[in-house]
Unconditional design. Sequence first.
Length: 289
Amino acid sequence: MFYEFFIAPFSEFEFMRRALVGACALAIAGAPLGVFLLLRRMSLTGDAMAHAILPGAALGYLVAGLSLPAMTIGGLVAGLSVALLAGLVARVTALREDASLAGFYLMSLALGVTIVSLRGSSVDLLHVLFGNVLALEDNGLTLIASVASLTLVALAIFYRALALETLDPSFVSSVSRAGGYAQALFMGLIVLNLVAGFHALGTLLAVGLMILPAASARLWTADITRMTIIAIVVGLVSSWFGLLISFSHNLPPGPVIILMAGMFHIVSMLFGRAGGWLRRIHRRIHLEA
């Protein structure tokens, strides 16, 4: 029974193994970025950036169809352009960066859907918006693995700078110019991972493996290192069980993976030791007693 449900789908079907490798790579690289997004109070920024890559990916699709290089380059250029434009608008107008990102996010989503609709069918639109992790080929896996490896190396080298700039940005800006470079590096890694994740989970769900595991981890611990480890574990388990459930019940894998991460988040909201609802209730009763 255990083997048939938990192991057999991956041992018997190559497309399931490819999907698992791709999803796990996204979880391992995306979860630490999600932790920093959460601690910087930029969770919705990640969602906005996920939508920002849509016009570029759609233009790549318009030019070359469902071509991995064309859609990747287009999404990367679009994501980086929106990040730079949002920062520029925040500096030269009265709008804050979150408001400018929200505006670009809405325009990007509408423009991307319109571009795909000019040439493609509803099936192509669904592929761009929600991806298909079960259809990953060698090129897609290579891209995801390369981005994940680059992300982990960059985080290992610049972890201290990113952590310090996240926890005390005013101190970093007062003693060094490294804060600006750390922010630029961080946003670049976010865009890279969203572009890689887009091929497996689509533009609407790629950010899910970043934010939901990180939000769950935050409810169990306040230590960044432990938070990162918990987030990675939640992402990996969500990917594994999401693929198994989608396979056994003939459901779309991307949404099921994100739903599994959402279930972990709900459990964490209830039972989390560092901020869950039951923990707060217990503490309140203890103080009143």
